[in-house]
Design a protein. Structure first.
Length: 298
């Protein structure tokens, strides 16, 4: 069995992804893995590999491992909004790195004041047939400690899926209105929807093209706010999926849409509990509402 052991790239508290205050990571849409709430200020390589891409905001890096699994290391939550402030990138795209080699140095104090959270997810974003079989959570880790193990769980020589019989390609242009472009969260949402389509999905932007089902490829495409992209799909249902994907990139709030549409509709249809306005019977569950207190001395 092909197994890869990943070392902790940071010192800090290792936690399950469910504790990350971002639904794209917490619900596993981006991928499976572990998060670290860091106490050190250098992100190191968790294994030997090649740098696929460093995000232009310097807060995230994708690493391709020797077994072909791609890992996303994402420092903090919503840190793309900092536009590179507080980060110093120490590597470049295409560079080979060794386990423990520093990749990004960051100002821990600055990020603790500016970021929504310092939780740093380390997740599998590309690696069909591989899964996390062991992980360290709920305790402190030092750089280099065992963080998780990845192994192939499917048959290595499983037959390839039957080729999709194309029924004509459908193409649509759309303008990216997601505030920070196709970074981790919207790229994950896009790829998640594209993978539900049996045929091919491609995205082109500024003379580059990417597999629309690959989060890594979409992030490397570096489609930014205001860019025009061309989305192409083939196979049965191509028109519908192209329309949905075009709407996704043209939605300025697309980064917030991480759940399935049915889940969103169910949530919207569920009425919020109302505050009690009369006498309350013993044992009745109520919701207390009010205004936040003004800041003062304690």
């Amino acid at each position: 069995m092909t197994t890869l052991v990943l070392a902790a790239p940071l010192a800090g508290w290792a936690a399950p992804l469910a504790e990350v205050p971002d639904p794209a990571f917490a619900e596993g849409m981006v991928g499976d893995g572990v998060a670290i709430d860091p106490t050190s200020n250098e992100l190191c390589a968790p294994c030997d590999g090649v740098i696929v891409s460093v995000h232009r905001a310097h807060h995230a890096v994708t690493l391709r491992t020797a077994i072909g699994v791609d890992l996303l290391l994402h420092i903090g939550i919503d840190t793309v909004e900092l536009k590179g402030q507080g980060y110093q990138v120490l590597v470049k795209d295409g560079q080979r790195v060794r386990i423990g080699e520093p990749l990004i140095r960051f100002d821990l104090d600055f990020l603790s004041r500016k970021a929504k959270s310092l939780h740093t997810p380390i997740v599998i974003v590309e690696g069909e047939g591989f899964a996390v079989i062991e992980r360290t959570v709920g305790r402190e880790v030092a750089v280099g400690d065992m963080l998780m193990a990845i192994a192939r769980v499917g048959a290595a020589d499983a037959p390839a899926a039957a080729p999709q019989i194309a029924t004509g390609a459908v193409e649509r242009r759309a303008r990216v209105l997601v505030p920070h472009g196709l970074h981790a969260r919207p790229a994950a949402a896009f790829a998640h929807r594209a993978r539900q389509h049996a045929g091919d999905v491609t995205v082109a932007c500024r003379a580059k093209s990417a597999n629309g089902k690959s989060m890594v490829a979409l992030m490397a495409l570096d489609a930014r706010l205001g860019d025009d992209v061309t989305i192409t799909a083939s196979g049965a249902g191509a028109a519908a999926v192209v329309g949905e994907l075009a709407a996704l990139v043209a939605d300025g709030h697309a980064a917030d849409h991480t759940a399935d549409p049915a889940t969103d509709q169910a949530a919207a249809a569920t009425p919020a509990p109302s505050a009690a306005t009369g006498p309350i019977a013993p044992g009745t569950e109520v919701v207390l509402t009010g205004a936040a207190a003004a800041a003062g001395l304690a």
